[in-house]
Ligand binder design. Structure first.
Ligand SMILES: [Zn+2]
Length: 239
């Protein structure tokens, strides 16, 4: 179990969420010299395809492709992630051990209750982890920045991360989940999941890239305002 602090921790409800929403961003951070990690809150026991054991092996394979320093999964029930005190303390304990400076959470609205519940649960765990009097293991720690990965949500991002050099690697990480995305009915000619996933992944990334004048990007929302002094260095052209 890793005890060295990591710089950027992505927290998500399900194994493969991070691969879909911010895997490219983790690759960018890793290339910048930061250590990255993933905390999956559930183990995937409720998935239609594949077992939790299969998904664990796939998650490890995806973690290697994303070059993260650390990945672990909690045992919250898949399909019923709840923002309880017990769950907040579980996440806060991990935060105290990994001590991330930046935490990426899912966006706080969406179709799947596990996703939007994880946003609130994650935020409140970040707050709790910094409380000195909290009776859990580890020294108090609060991340500096919380970003919400908004790719699943139909909202305008406040920032996007250019993942152009990493788009193929991110797709490879997603396709590591063979039980979810592998070609399951080969030869049918009608059902081509890998091609479908590829097209969807690239089209979505292209859409967010276009918003900022780059090729492929991943979207995020931050609740804080942006701070600037040199207006000539503000990124993204207006016209
Ligand atoms: Zn999910």
């Amino acid at each position: 179990m890793l005890t060295k602090p990591i710089d950027v921790l992505a927290i998500a409800a399900h194994r493969d969420d991070v691969e879909q929403t911010c895997g490219g961003t983790l690759l960018v951070q890793q290339e910048l010299g930061y250590s990255t990690g993933i905390l999956d809150l559930t183990q995937g026991e409720s998935g239609t395809r594949g077992s939790a054991q299969e998904r664990e092996a796939e998650a490890e394979a995806a973690a290697r492709i994303l070059r993260v320093s650390h990945r672990e999964a909690l045992d919250l029930p898949d399909g019923s992630v709840q923002n309880t005190i017990e769950n907040r303390l579980k996440v806060a304990t991990v935060l105290r051990r990994l001590r991330p400076r930046v935490v990426i959470l899912p966006y706080w609205q969406g179709r799947h209750p596990d996703h939007y519940t994880s946003a609130t649960l994650g935020y409140e765990a970040c707050f709790a982890a910094g409380l000195k009097r909290l009776d859990i293991e580890g020294e108090p720690h609060r991340p500096y920045k919380i970003l919400y990965a908004s790719l699943y949500a139909d909202v305008r991002p406040t920032l996007v991360v250019d993942i152009t050099p990493h788009i193929e690697t991110r797709l490879a990480a997603l396709l590591a989940y063979r039980s979810q995305y592998g070609d399951q009915r080969e030869g049918s000619g009608l059902f081509v999941p890998e091609e479908e996933i590829r097209e969807r992944t690239f089209a979505t990334a292209r859409h967010y890239g276009l918003l900022a004048g780059v090729r492929y990007a991943e979207p995020f929302v931050q609740k804080e305002v942006a701070l600037a002094s040199d207006l000539l260095l503000l990124p993204v052209a207006s016209i």
